[in-house]
Write a protein that binds this ligand. Structure first.
Ligand code: GDP
Length: 365
C-alpha cells in the first residue's frame, strides 16, 4: 500500500494529528484501525463522486478507497549522524512514498518549543538539513562505487554518474534532490537510492484552535506558504488539537462542531485529499448493485493492472474493460442512458485509466 509519512520536530503536534487520523480510521467498518503496527493509520479518502454514484446505483454496500499514514516521530537535529535514534527514523522515511511535514505555527507558552521560540522556517530547515545530509551520504557513496565501474565504458554508468553529480551539487547547496529537474529515464537511474529529499512533500501548518477558521491570518502560516511556494510544495493549515476533538464526534454532533468553528469540512479531510494528490494517485470506480467502490491506482496505470488492484485473476485473465467517465455517467443519469448516448467505451489492454473512470472488467477465469 502507498504510504505518507508524518515527520516534524518534537512538540509540533505530530502525535496529536496522528491520533486524530487513527481515531477517524477506527470508526470505519471497511478499514478498521490495524493494531499490528501502532505507527500506521489507515484513512479513507473522502470523495464526493462516490456519494453521487451511490445515489445513482443504490448499492448494498459502499467502500471508499484508502491509504496509510505512518507516524515517524523522533527526528531531531543530528539524526543523519546517527544521533539518538536518528538512523532508524531516516530508514522509516526511506520507506514512505510521500512526506507530510508538520510545522508548529501555534503559540502556547505551556508547550515547550525545542529551539525556544516558534519559528516554522527554521524548524523546516532543521529537518530538511538532516534529510539532505543523509542524501549526501547516499549520493557520495554511490558516486564512488559507480566511478570504479566507469572504466568498463558502459554508457549507462557514465550517464548515471552525470545525474549523480547534478544531484550532489544541489544537495551541497542545501537544495533538496526534488529541486533537480530530471527526465523519467534519469529518475530511473537513481531510483534505487531512495533519496529522502526526492520524495514529494506537503507542509501541515499546525495552528491554534482560535485560528482554524482564518488560518491565513497567522503570520507563520504565511511564512510557510512563501517557503513552500519556492519548492512547489503544498501547504495545508490544520489544527491538530481541533482535529483530535472532531475525530471523537460523529454525525450531527460533528456537523455542529464544524459549523461552530466556521469550517465546511474537517482539516483532516483536506489533508487526506492533499496527500492523495501528492502521492500521484488516481481513483477509478466500480459501480454495481452489490457494491459501489473506489479503487486507487498510480497515474499512468493501464487497464489490466488497474483490474489487478481488485484481484490478480482480473489482471491475468483480462479481456477488455467497459469504461464510462464519471462525468458522462452522472450527466446521463443511468448506465443504460450512458450506453444509448454512446458514452460507454470498450477499451483494451493498452488503455491508460483516467481519474474518475467507472470501469467494468471482462476477464477469463
Ligand atoms: P509531537 O511531539 O510532535 O508528536 O507533538 P504532540 O502531538 O505530542 O504535541 C505536543 C504538545 O502540543 C501536546 O501537549 C499537544 O497537546 C500540544 N498541541 C498540539 N497541537 C496543538 C495546538 O494546535 N494548540 C495548542 N495550544 N497545543 C497543541
Amino acid at each position: 500500500a502507498l504510504k505518507a509519512g508524518i515527520v516534524g520536530l518534537p512538540n509540533v503536534g505530530k502525535s496529536t494529528l496522528f491520533n486524530a487520523i487513527t481515531q477517524a480510521g477506527a470508526e470505519s467498518a471497511n478499514y478498521p484501525f490495524c493494531t499490528i503496527d501502532p505507527n500506521v493509520g489507515v484513512v479513507e479518502v473522502p470523495d464526493e463522486r462516490l456519494d453521487k454514484l451511490v445515489e445513482l446505483v443504490s448499492p448494498k454496500s459502499i467502500v471508499p478507497t484508502a491509504f496509510e499514514f505512518v507516524d515517524i516521530a523522533g527526528l531531531v537535529a543530528g539524526a543523519s549522524k546517527g544521533e539518538g535514534l536518528g538512523n532508524k527514523f531516516l530508514a522509516h522515511i526511506r520507506e514512505v512514498d510521500a512526506i507530510v511535514h508538520v510545522v508548529r505555527c501555534f503559540q502556547d507558552e505551556n508547550i515547550t518549543h525545542v529551539s525556544g521560540k516558534v519559528d516554522p522556517i527554521s524548524d523546516i530547515q532543521v529537518i530538511n538539513l538532516e534529510l539532505i545530509l543523509a542524501d549526501i551520504d547516499s549520493v557520495d557513496r554511490k558516486i564512488e562505487r559507480s566511478r570504479k565501474n566507469l572504466k568498463s565504458g558502459d554508457k549507462k554508468i557514465a550517464q548515471e554518474v552525470e545525474v549523480l553529480e547534478r544531484l550532489k551539487e544541489a544537495l551541497y547547496n542545501d537544495q533538496p534532490a526534488r529541486s533537480v529537474e530530471l527526465t523519467d529515464d534519469e529518475k530511473q537511474l537513481v531510483r534505487d537510492l531512495h533519496l529522502l529529499t526526492m520524495k514529494p512533500v506537503l507542509y501541515a501548518a499546525n495552528v491554534s484552535e482560535a485560528e482554524v477558521a482564518n488560518a491565513d491570518g497567522n503570520e507563520y502560516v504565511q511564512q510557510v506558504r512563501d517557503f513552500a511556494a519556492k519548492e512547489n510544495a503544498e501547504v495545508v493549515p490544520i489544527s491538530a488539537r481541533v482535529e483530535s476533538e472532531i475525530a471523537e464526534l460523529e454525525g450531527e454532533d460533528k456537523e455542529m462542531f464544524l459549523e461552530e468553528l466556521g469550517l465546511s469540512e474537517s482539516g483532516l479531510n483536506r489533508l487526506i485529499r492533499a496527500a492523495y494528490k501528492l502521492l500521484g494517485l488516481y481513483t477509478y470506480f466500480t459501480a454495481g448493485v452489490q457494491e459501489v467502490r473506489a479503487w486507487t491506482i498510480r497515474s499512468g496505470t493501464k487497464a489490466p493492472q488497474a483490474a489487478g488492484v481488485i484481484h490478480t485473476d482480473f489482471e491475468r485473465g483480462f479481456i477488455r474493460a467497459e469504461v464510462v467517465s464519471y462525468t458522462d455517467l452522472v450527466a446521463a443519469g443511468t448506465m443504460v442512458a450512458a450506453r444509448e448516448r454512446g458514452q460507454v467505451r470498450l477499451e483494451g489492454k493498452d488503455y491508460v485509466v483516467r481519474d474518475g473512470d467507472v470501469m467494468h472488467f471482462r476477464f477469463n477465469v
